[in-house]
Ligand binder design. Structure first.
Ligand SMILES: O=C(O)c1ccc[n+]([C@@H]2O[C@H](COP(=O)([O-])O)[C@@H](O)[C@H]2O)c1
Ligand SMILES: Cc1cc2nc[nH]c2cc1C
Length: 338
């Protein structure tokens, strides 16, 4: 079990990341070139097979064991009237996950993935980040460790998701803290705020940015002050997956923001993690661009729970099936001359 004694220990772990297998990626590219299709004609499916191979360190990638991990947490900033829903909904939805009644329950089943839900700190809220740091160092580091400790080493693909009323405010504050810009540049409707609600949310974020100004330039300190427990767990799980050779699908805006401090520390730190879909939440387009990623899907979802990540799994399964199962030109007796 990974333990981090202090923020410096975590920062050091973020500075020593495996680079993935260039040989496995090259093997996929070589095989793609002889399969019965014009070069490049499977588009993203070809690129995704190569990506999986690199991070699984397998010349023929596979998806036998796909896991969806949903971290749930509550947020002190929810007291600022930044969500249309009360924090009690977080626990109610966790109960709904347990009995299979949530969207992610169905989407994980469709994806052929195991679903696990991790309640952070008994769903006790963090402190209100517009008034004080959301977490102390110990609380932040234990949450990162919980995330890291939730990743099973034999996982072929890890889908990350979250549940937490108020956490689009947290994610927006985190983005503004990491990448700059006022609250208004990152605040969106979340679960359904009206225009007045979005303006209130932006003002709450601006207050938080002023309060935590001294943390600017220190991504982990920003994650501690302007983040949340389930976001810290997502950061920890993403980091541990890199160490274990497990490719990651990040769900929408909240998940991507949670992993973004790793990118701010090292722009290569999320090379093993793909944004599964572009959320309709306002800040997600700019965030994906900031991370240099084009999301795999764009279906207008704005749910969270890992829903977009689970939805991308069948695309990756198709990518693996074509790569492993297609015939070569020689095997099929098809002319490879254009
Ligand atoms: O991640 C996203 O793209 C996303 C966009 C809109 C809403 N959510 C979900 O909605 C909840 C947070 O919304 P809110 O309005 O309470 O801040 C939380 O449970 C998230 O999973 C998530
Ligand atoms: C009902 C509901 C379901 C959710 N799933 C993720 N965030 C959510 C927020 C609400 C309000």
């Amino acid at each position: 079990m990974t333990r981090f004694s202090d923020l410096d220990a975590l920062r050091a772990a973020c500075g020593t990341l495996p680079a993935g297998s260039a040989a496995a990626e090259a093997a996929v590219q070589a095989r793609q070139a002889v399969l019965t299709k014009p070069p490049g004609s499977l588009g993203q499916l070809e690129l995704l097979a190569a990506w999986l191979a690199r991070w699984q360190d397998r010349p023929v990638p596979r998806l036998d064991r796909v896991s969806v991990l949903v971290f749930a947490g509550n947020h002190g900033v929810a007291a600022q009237n930044v969500s249309p829903y009360p924090p009690a909904v977080t626990a109610q939805m966790v109960a709904n996950f347990a009995v299979g009644g949530a969207a992610i329950s169905q989407l994980a089943r469709v994806a052929g993935a195991e679903l696990r839900v991790v309640e952070m700190n008994g769903l006790e809220p963090t402190r209100d980040l517009s008034r004080e740091p959301a977490m102390d160092a110990d609380g932040f580091l234990r949450a990162v460790e919980t995330g890291a400790g939730s990743v099973a080493p034999d996982t072929d693909l890890l889908c990350l998701g979250e549940m937490g009323i108020g956490n689009t405010t947290v994610a927006s504050a985190l983005c503004a803290g990491l990448f700059g810009g006022p609250g208004a540049a990152w605040a969106g409707r979340g679960t359904g705020l009206d225009d007045e609600g979005v303006a209130r949310k932006a003002a709450v974020i601006d207050r938080a940015l002023r309060l935590h100004e001294t943390a600017r330039g220190d991504p982990l300190e920003i994650a501690r002050r302007l983040g949340g427990l389930e976001l810290a767990a997502i950061l920890g799980a993403t980091l541990e997956a890199r160490r274990l050779g497990v490719p990651v699908l990040l769900d929408g805006f909240v998940c991507t923001a949670a992993a973004a401090p790793l990118f701010a520390l090292d722009p290569a730190a999320l090379d093993h993690a793909r944004i599964a879909h572009r959320s309709a939440e306002a800040g997600h387009r700019a965030l994906a661009e900031r991370l240099g990623q084009e999301p795999i899907l764009d279906l207008g979802l704005r749910l969270g729970e890992g829903s977009g990540a689970a939805l991308a799994v069948p695309i990756l399964r198709a990518s693996c099936a074509c790569h492993a199962g297609m015939a070569s030109f020689a095997e099929a007796g098809v002319s490879d001359r254009a």
